[in-house]
Design a binder for this molecule. Sequence first.
Ligand code: NCD
Length: 268
Amino acid sequence: MKKIKTGTMLKDKIMTTIFYEPSTRTKCSFQAAMLRLGGSIIDINVDQSSVQKGETLEDTIRTVSCYSDAIVLRHPRKSAVTDAAKVTEIPIINAGDGVGEHPTQALLDLFTIKNELGLGSMTITMVGDLKNGRTVHSLAKLLTRFCGIRLIYISPKELSMPNDIVEYLNPFIEQRTDVSLEDAIKVTDVLYVTRIQKERETCEYEPYAITPELLKSAKKKMIVMHPLPRQSELPPDLDDDPRAAYFRQVENGLYMRMAILDYVVKKF
Ligand code: NCD
């Protein structure tokens, strides 16, 4: 996919993006991916659509399905995408459903880990808002497909990894919550940082800051990942460190979503 700039694989196909929550990377990378594969895009602006007249998600999906070969949907309600998929025959791709899941981000994260370090035995430390951050939910679940992964969770107690996910992972992955960030850093291969999701929490939490100072005790060969957008948890003076992989992650998102669209649209 990296080599394809003007592909024709999805010529004559139309992808519609419907985002009920803000997005920069997910939406633009899906659109760029479709254009690179030779397809066309419709982008529904929900602020200007019949959603404002009270149209239900189901009716919007039924309607858009008549014009499209695939729908990419982001919605603030957990499981909204699964529900939407029940009213249409065409593929619906989950671009984030509230505090639920973000499966295409998980795939691009996995692709990044594989590219940067290979997928062997490793320690992955997830830092930040593990309760509301949907990217860590999907990534953690995806990691159960691989052997030798150890997970360390670092978060305020109130923002810890949801129980249903911890239980889902339990038979496959060793999960630890009793390690400090300072100790975790020393043994970590992938430091996966997330922002505190202020829009989903009423309390204020002090974010963990991954400073260059802190990274001094990290392995030479490790990576720092973040789904972005970032806030103060990832200061920009980290960006020049070769271990900072978050912008490489962004680029991988394009290739991964090209692969996803090619697979999904052709299959149906
Ligand atoms: C994330 C999201 O929307 O879940 N961003 C993304 O898609 N890359 C992370 C976030 O909003 O914090």
